[in-house]
Design a protein around this ligand. Structure first.
Ligand SMILES: [Zn+2]
Length: 229
């Protein structure tokens, strides 16, 4: 059983969007899993085998408790009833308290389909009198992380301080050599340098070195103001 389940359209989206948060959750003793919906392949420098190796290495860096791939079709991910049932089955078997899905505005159709699938599957997961596996379960919250293929000026609901997790997050992203290093321009600013600048900008917004933004369609409930910085 998981405390937190991150749903990623492609292997590497979870690391890019919320690697710092995952590391922080793990340090707090929570059980964290990632479900990749597709292989993410084909890509110019990757293959299914290379990507699987890279994913395994990144999972070790993040110290994930659980990671699986739902093997839905990359580039043509659709929020079908069949895919909804597969995802709802995972929610019922893993019983996560919180879900993390991609932000709902994106240029990548797989990302938008993933968000729609997560929201629909969350609803289905709580149904009784169904042939879905596991036990009826309703994850209490869906948060949205940003791994967006659009130059959006976003207004997140919260920014998480990931100053202490940043270098390890970067190490998890570096595991995807076929995606972020091979064939990428080597002159500054490199892809990874841009990522650091972006994380530093979010950190600046909350007075820390690095940050990760999140949002939520539903209001955030708080038991105290103690966690605010
Ligand atoms: Zn993606």
């Amino acid at each position: 059983m998981l405390d937190i389940l991150v749903i990623a359209p492609h292997p590497d989206d979870a690391e890019l969007g919320m690697g710092g948060a995952i590391l922080k959750f793990k340090q707090e003793g929570l059980r964290v899993g990632v479900l990749d919906l597709t292989s993410g392949e084909p890509t110019p420098h990757g293959s299914v085998e290379i990507r699987a190796r890279e994913t395994m290495a990144a999972s070790k860096v993040l110290e994930l408790d659980w990671r699986e791939n739902l093997a839905l079709p990359n580039r043509s991910l659709e929020p079908t009833l069949e895919n909804r049932a597969k995802l709802a089955g995972v929610f019922r078997l893993q019983q996560p308290r919180w879900l993390f899905a991609p932000y709902w505005v994106d240029a990548h159709p797989d990302h938008m389909a993933a968000t729609e699938l997560v929201e629909a599957a969350r609803f289905w997961a709580k149904l009784s009198k169904t042939d879905l596996p596991g036990k009826a379960h309703h994850p209490r919250r869906i948060f949205n992380y940003y791994c967006v293929h659009l130059k959006l000026a976003i207004q997140p609901a919260l920014v998480l301080d990931i100053a202490d997790q940043w270098e390890r997050k970067l190490a998890s992203i570096r595991c995807y050599e076929s995606q972020f290093i091979t064939g990428r321009p080597t002159e500054s600013p490199t892809f990874l340098e841009r990522l650091r600048a972006e994380a530093a900008t979010w950190g600046k917004m909350i007075g820390t070195e690095y940050g990760e933004p999140f949002t939520c369609r539903e209001p955030l409930g708080m038991s105290s103001m103690g966690g605010l910085i």
